[in-house]
Design a protein around this ligand. Structure first.
Ligand code: X8Z
Ligand code: ZN
Length: 604
């Protein structure tokens, strides 16, 4: 086994001494660049140990939710928070010193290492860690029990939204899931207070501002960058919205779907109306059907959960990546446990920063989960590519990159690829492209405003612009503004609808997914180029292209060692995130949507 070059040889005791030495004692002498280098080396070693402990405890909690595992995970998280906050404070000692750009970068990363900083106070840190674990646990255990005693979890209720075409039945499932959230709100309020206090002690205006500071640019410029990207794609979203609303109004009647207003949130085939491909059958072009349904192909083939993951793995090996380690197959969770609670929301893990990669996912045999498997494996492949970098660089270029890699691969799940696998007999003709593009747009374009608004809401909450009494009103205001979606029944301040979306109680920033939806098309366009492909982007699959694999690997192994524009340039030759790739991809669909929408009133 290769040894990590960055692991310092200093003993554990020395590490503890350096890190625990009171600030005053260290402050006596003016700091030197050598001390800064040594500090970082020691800090990285301590952080790595603490991250590994946190991941192990977090894994057990997420796989087996009980009071005990929740507390054990909270304790491990608390240790990481305390260590990071302490180190971030000590790092300020080197502010203003003339350091190498590498040391500067690591010190900056150290100050931003936490997603959830806590105040410098043991009780409050413990409280925050406990609350964070409890909120995720509450979401993971979430279920709605009817009067007859029948209980349904997120999987059961989502299946109703996916497959039912009865608006009343869908509404009932939509409401049922949202009953899990109000009990989480008191914890969430306290989390906002403590997280903000922690961020402020680290010098940020609030936790939202800290989250926005992680993009190698001024946080306000980053917010403006999001607006710019949204401006690029918004006309396409509005055209899609217009067409989908018109067809849903035909299906459900204008008393259910107002043909000039926002679309009711329960009719789009997804619990959060964030992706819409499950209603493709209702909105697809009559004369240009996509020609096949991947869910049906997988069912017909009798593929099981493990084989679904094998398909994903084989895509990556076809690009030249190593297969997943044996332990991945032994330790991952692929099937929802029936005898205990687990967090079913899909995730990818790298437990030991070496080879202990895993995914945790309650897989269903559907096209949606086929994509999600590629998404998760993308995380694992990234983690493995950067594992030999110094710990503070063991991350993606920015968090949108991490979310984009697996999705980029899933864009290569084309008809041609399915034929190569033997899942599909023959490729649908070019005339099926509008259907294929529309189905893809129902996932990728429909997602964009949702990807933006979750953190627009949280940023307003963290800044205090939105107070607890207005949490829910502000949520629906943004849902209306960005997505043109409305609650199907009256919601009040007693509801906590943002809490019914995993990433809110689980404290996972969400802007990353908006970025990923822009970046994955940029990556796809460049990798198709590298593979020597010519033709419409939606028919390009980089399957078996070692050239594309090499280009991807070059970016992945940079980890977070360079500002993200450098990583983007390595793969695409561009230094800006750019929505022209997603617009190129969907250009034929945009023209078709404009024809369809002629004579319709669009907007809401
Ligand atoms: O949370 C996820 C992944 C894990 S990072 C399954 N996604 C977002 C979501 O489900 O809301 C992927 C797309 C958006
Ligand atoms: Zn992800």
């Amino acid at each position: 086994m290769k040894t990590k070059t960055y692991l310092p040889s200093t003993s554990l005791l020395l590490t503890a001494l350096l890190i625990c030495a009171p600030l005053a004692a260290q402050d006596k002498a003016a700091p030197t660049p050598e001390e800064a280098a040594e500090f970082i080396e020691q800090a990285e070693a301590a952080l790595l140990r603490s991250w590994i402990e946190r991941e192990r405890a977090g894994w057990v909690q997420a796989n087996f939710i009980t009071e005990d595992t929740e507390l054990m995970a909270a304790t491990a998280a608390q240790r990481t928070i305390e260590l990071s906050v302490d180190l971030a404070g000590k790092a300020t000692r080197f502010d203003g010193l003339d350091l190498s750009s590498d040391l500067e970068r690591k010190l900056a990363k150290l100050k931003l290492a936490l997603v959830l900083p806590a105040p410098r106070n043991a009780e409050e840190t413990a409280e925050l860690a406990r609350i964070a674990a409890a909120m995720e646990g509450a979401y993971g255990r979430g279920e709605h029990c009817a009067e007859d005693g029948e209980c349904r979890d997120i999987g059961d209720l989502s299946r109703v939204l996916t497959s039912s075409r009865d608006a009343a039945e869908q509404l009932e499932a939509w409401r049922a899931w949202r009953t899990i959230a109000p009990p989480i709100q008191p914890d969430f309020e306290r989390y906002v207070e403590l997280g903000n206090k922690g961020a402020q002690e680290l010098g940020f205006a609030d936790l939202g501002s800290m989250w926005r500071s992680k993009y190698d640019m001024d946080p306000d410029d980053f917010a403006a960058e999001l607006d710019r990207l949204w401006g690029q794609v918004r006309p396409l979203y509005e055209a899609l919205h217009c067409h989908v609303r018109a067809r849903l109004a035909e299906t459900y009647g204008t008393d259910v779907v107002d043909s000039k207003g926002p679309i009711p949130a329960h009719l789009l085939g997804n619990m959060w109306a964030q992706t819409w491909s499950n209603v493709y059958d209702l909105v697809g072009p009559v004369d240009s059907d996509a020609g096949y349904d991947l869910t049906e192909l997988l069912e017909t083939e009798g593929v099981d959960e493990r084989e679904m993951v094998r398909y994903g793995e084989r895509f990556f090996t076809s690009l030249g990546f190593e297969p997943m380690p044996e332990t991945f197959w032994q330790r991952s969770l692929f099937v929802q446990p029936t005898d205990h609670d687990a967090v079913c929301h899909a995730s990818a893990w790298d437990i030991d920063w070496r080879d202990d990669l895993r995914i945790k996912m309650c897989i269903e045999i559907t096209a949606e989960d086929f994509n999600t498997i590629h998404h998760e494996l993308g995380h694992n492949i990234y983690q493995r590519a950067y594992k030999d970098l110094p710990p503070l660089y063991t991350d993606s270029a920015n968090d949108g990159f991490h979310e984009a890699v697996g999705d980029t691969i899933a864009l290569s799940v084309t008809p041609g690829y399915l034929v190569a696998l033997g899942l599909l007999d023959s490729q649908p003709p070019a005339s099926a492209d509008l259907g294929l593009l529309l189905r893809m747009a129902l996932d990728k374009v429909a997602f964009l405003p949702f990807g933006l608004l979750v953190d627009q809401w949280r940023w307003q909450v963290f800044s205090g612009e939105v107070t607890p009494a207005d949490y829910n009103t502000a949520w629906w205001r943004l849902r209306n503004q960005y997505q043109g979606i409305a609650a199907p029944v009256e919601r009040t301040a007693a509801d906590f609808d943002p809490g019914a979306k995993y990433h809110v109680p689980a404290n996972v920033p969400y802007t990353r997914y908006f970025l990923a939806h822009i970046l994955q098309f940029q990556f796809h366009r460049s990798l198709c180029d590298a593979a020597g492909y010519e033709g419409p982007l939606n028919r390009c699959s980089i399957y078996r292209s070692e050239e594309a694999g090499k280009r991807l690997q070059e970016m992945l192994e940079m980890g977070a060692s360079r500002p993200w524009p450098d990583a983007l340039e390595a793969l695409t030759g561009q230094r800006q995130m750019d929505a022209t790739a997603i617009l190129d991809y969907f250009a034929p669909l945009a023209a078709w949507l404009d024809e369809q929408n002629e004579g319709r009133t669009c907007g809401w």
